[in-house]
Ligand binder design. Structure first.
Ligand code: CP3
Length: 344
């Protein structure tokens, strides 16, 4: 049992103190060694799809910090790319996609070359599994269906994703076709990640918070439930952590409606209100404001202790409420690790 990853122990319902820890976006631009590696390649998608580079970027944060898990270095937008949509990342502008708005746009996409295009991701996972020590968990991931739908239809980032929401009202039949294709693609992608060595999966629903209540069932709950049911059937031992960012008071309904095995908390939820509504057995993760990590110092210690106190007695994985931001000083991550470990 010594080398069985602590992250997996918690996901099975065990309570560990100190809690295991990893950070969303633990690899990336706040690390000088990532910026140096990234500088040599202009195309971010190709960077993600080159195993030598993706393996190196994944391992960089684990060389600095004693994190309990490695998360595959890739991006959620490799799915639209592998379905045949044009996806580009421009420095400082965020991702840009050729928007999908009509039946004709949809007819250009398909699964024909999907897994083949993503084969470098599976190669990256295979290499990671052999280079990681057995007590480190290897996390695979995908965007949740709605967040992928949102980027594909909108054509890029947005505060409101109004075009993506509009499609559900304007042409629900097309919206359902797009959603079905995304679900099928994501099912294949995640099952292949597990076959290549991923031991845990995380679903990022970064834009769940923009969906109005009457659309929640069609847009969020049903596709997530479908995906989780499929994964449970194909890979019953693989835990899936869901991160429905910004849904606030709908979390208990989300848990009930989707059957999630573990939930990642954002920074908006009031734990005093939420926790009494959740089963004490549901593994939880996250919650620390990434801006507190930018600040560091005393407030970082205070906020970590406050979270730990709220979540004591529950299976809990330490993490942030969203990704590490580029302006985070790497020393503050070292400080976070010392504070979280100094316990139990
Ligand atoms: O360390 C890790 O967490 C693994 C790598 C990872 C990346 N993106 C690398 C990345 C993961 C898990 C993601 C997920 C992702 N990508 C999400 C869900 C999580 C979240 O942040 O809400 C989303 C919405 C995306 C889409 C995306 N990718 C955006 C909006 C951007 C541009 C804005 C930004 O943060 O840079 C990206 C680019 C991206 N993905 C970078 C990295 C390291 C920066 C690109 C670069 O280095 O040039």
């Amino acid at each position: 049992m010594e080398s069985y990853p602590k992250l997996l122990q918690v996901l099975k319902g065990n309570i560990l103190s100190p809690a295991p820890v990893w950070l969303m976006r633990q690899a990336g631009r706040y690390l000088p060694e990532y910026r140096a590696l990234r500088q040599k390649y202009s195309d971010f998608l190709q960077f993600c799809l080159t195993p030598d580079l993706a393996v190196e970027a994944t391992l960089q944060p684990l060389r600095r910090y004693d994190l309990d898990a490695a998360i595959l270095f890739s991006d959620i937008l490799v799915i639209p790319h592998a379905l045949g949509q044009r996806v580009a990342f421009h420095e400082g502008k965020g991702p840009q996609l050729l928007p999908l708005r009509s039946q004709q746009d949809f007819s250009r996409l398909g699964l024909d070359r999907f897994l083949e295009t993503l084969s470098p991701v599976f190669e990256t996972l295979r290499r990671l599994r052999v280079s990681l020590s057995p007590e480190k968990a290897l996390i695979g991931f995908a965007g949740a269906p709605w967040t992928i739908f949102a980027y594909m239809v909108e054509g890029g980032g947005s505060r409101t994703f109004s075009q993506a929401l509009q499609l559900w009202y304007r042409d629900p039949a097309l919206a359902r076709l797009v959603m079905d294709l995304i679900c099928e693609a994501t099912e294949k992608y995640l099952v292949a990640q597990v076959a290549a060595g991923a031991q845990v999966l995380q679903l990022f629903d970064s834009w769940a918070g923009v969906v109005p209540s009457p659309l929640m069932e069609q847009v969020i709950y049903a596709p997530t439930r479908r995906l989780l049911d499929f994964l449970r059937q194909e890979q019953p031992d693989i835990p899936v952590i869901c991160f429905p960012k910004g849904i606030g008071e709908k979390i208990p309904t989300y848990v009930e409606a989707t059957g999630v095995t573990a939930l990642s908390l954002d920074t908006c939820v009031d734990l005093n209100v939420l926790l009494p509504q959740l089963s004490p057995r549901l593994p939880l993760q996250g919650g620390l404001d990434p801006q507190v990590l930018v600040a560091g110092g005393q407030i970082l210690e205070q906020e970590i202790r406050r979270l730990e106190k709220s979540l004591a007695g529950r299976p809990y994985i330490f993490n942030l409420g969203h990704g590490v931001v580029p302006e985070t000083p790497p020393e503050h991550v070292a400080q976070l690790m010392r504070i979280v470990r100094d316990r139990g």
